[in-house]
Design a protein around this ligand. Structure first.
Ligand SMILES: [Zn+2]
Length: 167
């Protein structure tokens, strides 16, 4: 995990920051290290500190509005755990449920992970037109979920076990 996950004082994931920024927040007593990279140390000023993977702010930060999770192809694949929404096999592509040619957009609710075969078969049609059924309905991840998705499931070891990852 190259970025450091920042938790609010209430343990809610807030954002990620660069390692340098994370160290500064800890050195300024604005955050505490919740999880450090095992065995790695970083030299900051005259002291050595653990390389933080997760820090938690000492003071609660009020989030004025919940930013919506930014849509991305990678995000859709990770959200759907690389499972094709039509057949359940491994998905490598993103399908627009309502095709873009029909006005469908790049949104969480209009896109699903799809295997290349099903994506090709469905082509420029709606699932109904193509006679294909969605095994799961697309959903919009919460901003906190999206943040954890962004960090990547393969980097699970960088996320503390007590911090639940989205399914
Ligand atoms: Zn498929």
């Amino acid at each position: 995990m190259r970025e450091t996950l920042v938790l609010n004082a209430t343990f809610e994931p807030l954002s990620t920051v660069s390692l340098r920024r994370a160290v500064v927040l800890v050195m300024q007593d604005k955050a505490v290290v919740e999880q450090a990279h095992p065995g790695l140390r970083i030299r900051a000023a005259a002291v050595e500190v653990p390389v933080p993977q997760v820090i938690r702010l000492c003071r609660y930060v009020r989030v004025p509005f919940r930013q919506r999770a930014a849509w991305s192809r990678r995000g859709v694949l990770v959200r759907d755990r690389h499972r094709c929404a039509y057949c359940g096999r491994r998905a490598t592509t993103v399908d627009h449920v309502l095709p873009r040619s029909h006005g469908g957009g790049d949104t969480w609710l209009n896109t699903v992970a799809s295997c290349a075969e099903d994506n090709h078969r469905k082509a420029d049609r709606t699932p109904e037109q193509a006679g294909m059924r969605l095994l799961t309905q697309p959903f919009e991840p919460t901003p906190a979920d999206a943040l954890l998705l962004h960090l990547g499931l393969k980097d699970r070891e960088g996320v503390p076990h007590w911090l639940a990852l989205p399914a």
